[in-house]
Design a protein around this ligand. Structure first.
Ligand code: ATP
Ligand code: MG
Length: 424
């Protein structure tokens, strides 16, 4: 956790008993609270929304816990005209849509039986039992509709101290769901301060081999969240030392390269991006992209970015002539050019403060390529039959034009196009 607030602010978190936040009074949330209350049940916001509001951080989604069993939640919500989607009914989660906003509403539960991946659950009206089945103390915080905070595991104290701690015995909790190993590192990266919790780390290390039973989707989703954290490199270093990163990636990672990339991002005021960060951490060659993408179930688009970012090119170096860099920039476009340049920079021996790399990176912002002077119509005007040949001539011209530093003389351009048509 970056301690950008005064220490006293953080200590004050432990003493807050009532949450004040505009989202708590949004009509959509008030409607859900009211519908469940009218049916004789209670609802509270739980998890990330409470945790982040206490820290003064943005809230992305509002998860709700309720004493009503899923069937009652669905019945009451449908009768009140809300959207009802049984998105995770087997573990008691129903998605409700009110005023265009969706909420995951989960019935209070305790786990009856777990096998490390799935849980057989029983519903309950006992809030503290529901808190005990959650992963970390900082995630077992609830807020009632009037903002009253319920903290069953000293979550506020841990949040104030930057301590990410399992609720109860760490090993036992991990054995219930091995994904918690990755969640431990993800939450330590985002909310922890200083060294990670020793008991949690020991349990994660002891049980790491069981992670192979997890689905690639769940592992990939957690890893994509972890990697954009400001402490990603530091935490990945811990994961590397314990052999956990190797299980996630299927190979040894390079946290030092990720750290260098993060230093470059800070130096250049670049927003963190998951895929370029993953490329720095995990890829030695573009040939490895497909395997990592398969393992973490990344999209085709993410795989393409991984490949493009890691493909080496002589122009991805500030010592290369500027015209070569411009030709590559033209070919890749500014975003892909900057990602690939950052990647090469992170792998180089040059520091993040290197002025030559800075300038080369900013080239993509300061220079925009001229417009391609010809279209298909210009090729057809040279008596070329319509067909694939038109595209081929245009591409060959474009390549030549970029490599020649975009000559602007129309006569020269026309001569070259005519030459290419003749030899096509
Ligand atoms: P964010 O949405 O900001 O990433 P969050 O805390 O809301 O953080 P979610 O993954 O949305 O995280 O989960 C909501 C809550 O459900 C968590 O705060 C936690 O209490 C509980 N939870 C989620 N996944 C697990 C898990 N694998 N084991 C135990 N509890 C979990
Ligand atoms: Mg959430």
């Amino acid at each position: 956790m970056s301690r950008n607030k005064q220490h006293s602010d953080f200590d004050a978190i432990a003493r807050i008993t009532r949450l004040e936040a505009p989202w708590l009074h949004a009509p959509a949330l008030e409607t859900v609270f009211a519908v469940l209350k009218a049916g004789g049940f209670e609802a509270r916001v739980v998890g990330g929304a409470v945790r982040n509001t206490l820290l003064g951080r943005p809230v992305s989604d509002t998860d709700i816990a309720t004493t009503s069993p899923p069937e009652d939640t669905m019945r009451l919500a449908a009768a009140a005209g809300l959207g009802v989607y049984p998105t995770g009914i087997s573990h008691g989660t129903v998605t409700l849509v009110a005023h265009g906003t969706s909420f995951e509403v989960t019935s209070l539960r305790h786990d009856v039986e777990t096998d490390g991946r799935h849980a057989v659950v029983a519903f309950t009206d006992d809030w503290s039992a529901d808190a005990k089945r959650r992963d970390f103390t900082i995630n077992a915080l609830y807020a009632a509709s009037d903002g009253t905070i319920f903290d069953y595991a000293e979550g506020r104290k841990d949040l104030a101290a930057g301590r990410v701690r399992f609720i109860g015995d760490a090993s036992a909790r991990i054995r219930e769901d091995y994904l918690r190993i990755l969640r431990f590192f993800r939450f330590s990266a985002d909310y922890g301060c200083g060294v990670v919790d020793a008991a949690g780390l020991a349990a994660c290390t002891e049980l790491k081999s069981c992670m192979i039973r997890l689905s690639g989707e769940r592992v990939g989703a957690e890893m994509m969240k972890l990697i954009v954290s400001p402490r990603a490199a530091e935490i990945c270093e811990v994961m590397n030392l314990t052999g956990i990163l190797e299980i996630v990636l299927g190979k040894h990672g390079h946290p030092e390269r990720l750290l260098k990339l993060q230093t470059i991002e800070n130096e250049m005021a670049i927003a963190a991006e998951a895929i370029p960060r993953l490329a720095a951490l995990a890829l030695d060659t573009p040939g490895e992209a497909a395997e990592i993408s398969r393992k973490l179930r990344l999209s085709n688009e993410a795989n393409a970015i991984l490949m493009a970012t890691t493909t080496p090119h002589p122009a991805l170096n500030p010592n290369a002539p500027e015209r070569d860099a411009k030709a590559l920039l033209y070919r890749l476009g500014p975003t892909a050019f900057q990602r690939a340049l950052q990647h090469a920079w992170a792998a180089s021996n040059s520091p993040a403060t290197d002025p030559a790399w800075h300038l080369r990176y900013r080239l993509a912002e300061h220079w925009s390529p001229p417009r391609m002077p010809f279209t298909g119509a210009d090729v057809l005007a040279l008596n070329v039959e319509p067909g694939p040949i038109v595209g081929k001539v245009l591409s060959a011209f474009e390549l030549w034009w970029a490599e020649q530093n975009f000559p602007s003389d129309p006569a020269l351009q026309k001569r070259k196009l005519a030459d290419l048509v003749r030899t096509a």
